[in-house]
Ligand binder design. Structure first.
Ligand code: MN
Length: 362
């Protein structure tokens, strides 16, 4: 769109802009009629919301780059709080329930026993907070995947004893993707427990960081390798690897949640399928069918309408869940985005709470 078109466009009232901004009528949606239920009055659940324990931050600070440590340091106070500070921030943005997970702290870089012990301790601390505020907090388990059998046992404990609603996994473990057979116990446990796996980005392996993200001024390489770009395309790749490996034929009830408006997959899935289908005789279904039937997508950190509309058209409103990525993204910006979504009242209800209630039983 040219700059002039944007200028004229900005003069339209909001309702008209909602209509005009849609390239075609998205599947399963209509523009919200005036007089419909206000988004602010709906129950609002977010599910890519992070915390940290002092022990985990200390362990990760020893391992991670100064750039990553500064990234975490900027929000450290909010990460460490599982009480009044967090709830006040939720209240200010009208968020009723946060599903909380351990932040990306490089547990995969530690030796197995230490990581397993830190994950278990952080799960206990999160469970205590959920117990203190059961109406406001729910939990996703943290696991140390270096020890897959123990991780599967910890997942079982987290769901059955601590009442967690799923597990959040940070991408690769020592550079290995989850389609590697060593991680099968995790998928067996997730399917048996009937809980989703939230697949969250992580820092790239060193050889990738050096080959793809070095040689740029200042912090640009770090940012490009993480939240600006690298995290998202790597997580999208991770999903395509899971699909291509036949994981969902082996685990037909498995559900994966991904954040960041689908980690570029809604935009790219048709092209990926057209190319990959040249060699997918080992799969029972089409690439896009696995994507549309096993994945849920959250809005975490992606608060603009064009990628939302793309996602809506590709997966539909039953598979999009509102999330913020607190404290890395502000709750207030997430709230403003949710309020302005160009969807029907019914679809808004699904996105703000209905899909999460169904998927997580919250
Ligand atoms: Mn996140």
């Amino acid at each position: 769109m040219s700059g002039r078109a944007v200028f004229r466009f900005a003069k339209f009232p909001l309702a008209v802009r909602r209509l005009a901004s849609m390239p075609e009528r998205p599947r399963d949606t209509v523009v919200r009629a005036s007089g419909g239920k206000k988004p602010e009055s709906m129950r609002t659940i977010t599910l890519e919301e992070h915390f940290a324990t002092p022990e985990v931050l200390k362990a990760s600070a020893e391992l991670q780059s100064p750039s990553r440590n500064n990234f975490v340091k900027a929000v450290e106070e909010k990460l460490l709080d599982l009480g009044k500070v967090r709830i006040a921030d939720m209240d200010a943005a009208g968020i009723d329930l946060q599903v909380i997970s351990l932040t990306n702290a490089g547990l995969d870089k530690l030796d197995g026993p230490r990581a397993t012990s830190l994950a278990r301790d952080s799960n206990d601390k999160l469970a205590a907070a959920v117990k203190a505020y059961p109406q406001r907090f729910a939990g996703f388990a943290a696991l140390a995947l270096q020890e897959p059998q123990k991780a599967a046992a910890e997942l079982e404990r987290s769901v059955q004893k601590l009442g967690f609603k799923g597990v959040l996994i940070h991408g690769t473990t020592k550079g290995v993707f989850l389609d590697d057979p060593q991680f099968t116990p995790i998928f067996e446990a997730a399917q048996a427990l009937d809980i989703p796996i939230y697949l969250h980005p992580t820092l790239p392996p060193k050889p990738v960081e050096e080959a793809y993200f070095s040689g740029l001024p200042g912090q640009l390489g770090f940012y490009l390798s993480t939240a600006a770009w690298g995290w998202h395309v790597e997580t999208g790749l991770h999903c395509l690897r899971l699909i291509g490996s036949g994981l969902f034929d082996r685990f037909p009830k498995l559900n994966i949640i991904i954040g960041h408006m689908g980690e570029d997959l809604p935009f790219s899935i048709a092209r990926a399928e057209s190319v990959l289908s040249r060699d997918t005789k080992h799969l029972k279904r089409k690439i896009s069918e696995y994507f549309q039937e096993h994945f849920y997508i959250t809005t975490s950190g992606y608060f603009t309408v064009p990628p939302f509309l793309c996602t809506l058209q590709v997966v539909g409103a039953d598979r999009i869940l509102f999330s913020v990525d607190y404290p890395y993204s502000p709750n207030s910006i997430g709230r403003n985005f949710l309020n302005a979504l160009p969807v029907s009242t019914e679809d808004l209800g699904k996105i703000s709470h209905g899909n999460a209630e169904r998927l997580l039983k919250v």
